[in-house]
Write a protein that binds this ligand. Structure first.
Ligand SMILES: [Zn+2]
Length: 253
C-alpha cells in the first residue's frame, strides 16, 4: 500500500491519518490518433499524480491522491465513436461534492491535476472559493509544467510526440506499432486570428484531424518519454510539497 494513494489505503491506516493536501487527477476517455488507447489521459493523470505525490511524500508532505476521474469535457468530439462527454455543469457538480467532503473533513488544500485540454477548472474554482472560504483550490495542467520544446521536436497537443513518448514509457503494451501512427495533421481555422491565439472557439475535432491526433508523433521514443516523465513529476512533486506546507493565510510576500 502506498500511503499517499487513497485507492490503496484502508480504514486501519486512515482512521488515524491526517493530510494537508488532496490531489484530484482528472482525465478523459477519448480517441488518441489511431495508436494510443482511449484511456491515455487517465493513465497519464494516474501515473503523473502518483509519482509526483511519492516525491512530495518522501520530502515529508502529507499528501493524498484521490482516484482519477475518468471522464472529461468532450463536447467538441461528440461525433467520435465512444468519446465520453461530461458537460462542464456535470463536472462542476462532481467537483463541488468532492470539495464539500474535503472541507467537512478539514482538508483545506486541493490540487486538481488536469490531464485533458477540454477540462477548464478555473471558473469552478472561482465559484467554489466563494462557497467554501476555508478551502484553497488550485489547478495545474501537468503537460504545461515544463517547456516541451526542450524535450520534443514536433509540437501538437493530442497524441503527438510528447504524449506518444510518454505512453511508450508508461504503457508500451497499449501502443500500436509505428506503422499505425497517423500524421496528426491539424487543419487550421481560415480566420487568422484563431491561429494567433487571441480569438477562440471550440475546435470541431472530426473536421480538424482525420486520425483524431493533433501533432505528428513520428519522432516519439520511450527514452524521451522517460526523461520527460521524470522531469515533470519532479517539478510537480516539489510544487505538491510547497502546497502542503504553505500557510494558506500567508501566501504572499
Ligand atoms: Zn491525451
Amino acid at each position: 500500500m502506498r500511503p499517499y494513494i487513497l485507492a490503496e489505503a484502508n480504514w486501519d491506516y486512515l482512521k488515524d491519518a491526517k493530510f494537508e493536501l488532496a490531489v484530484l487527477p482528472w482525465g478523459a476517455t477519448e480517441a488518441h490518433n489511431y495508436h494510443l488507447p482511449y484511456s491515455s489521459d487517465i493513465i497519464e493523470a494516474d501515473l503523473v499524480s502518483a509519482e509526483a505525490a511519492k516525491i512530495a511524500w518522501e520530502k515529508g508532505a502529507k499528501v493524498i491522491v484521490l482516484p482519477t476521474i475518468p471522464f472529461g469535457v468532450n463536447t467538441g468530439q461528440s461525433d467520435i465513436y465512444l468519446d465520453i462527454n461530461l458537460n462542464p455543469s456535470t463536472q462542476y457538480a462532481i467537483l463541488k461534492d468532492i470539495v464539500e467532503g474535503l472541507n467537512r473533513q478539514n482538508i483545506y488544500k486541493l490540487l486538481i491535476l488536469n490531464s485533458h485540454g477540454g477540462n477548464d477548472f478555473k471558473p469552478f474554482i472561482r465559484e467554489l472559493g466563494l462557497q467554501f472560504p476555508k478551502m484553497f483550490i488550485c489547478t495545474a495542467n501537468w503537460y504545461q509544467a515544463l517547456d516541451r520544446n526542450k524535450y520534443f521536436e514536433n509540437s501538437g497537443d493530442h497524441a503527438e510526440e510528447m504524449e506518444t513518448s510518454l505512453m511508450l514509457h508508461l504503457k508500451p503494451d497499449l501502443v500500436l506499432p509505428i506503422e499505425k501512427w497517423g500524421e496528426g495533421k491539424e487543419k487550421k481555422n481560415k480566420i487568422k486570428a484563431f491561429s494567433e491565439g487571441w480569438l477562440w472557439a471550440e475546435r470541431k475535432w472530426s473536421q480538424i484531424s482525420s486520425d483524431t491526433g493533433v501533432g505528428n508523433p513520428r519522432l516519439a521514443t520511450k527514452e524521451k518519454g522517460e526523461i520527460f516523465f521524470n522531469a515533470v513529476t519532479e517539478k510537480i512533486g516539489c510544487a505538491m510539497y510547497d502546497l502542503s506546507k504553505v500557510d494558506i493565510n500567508d501566501l504572499y510576500e
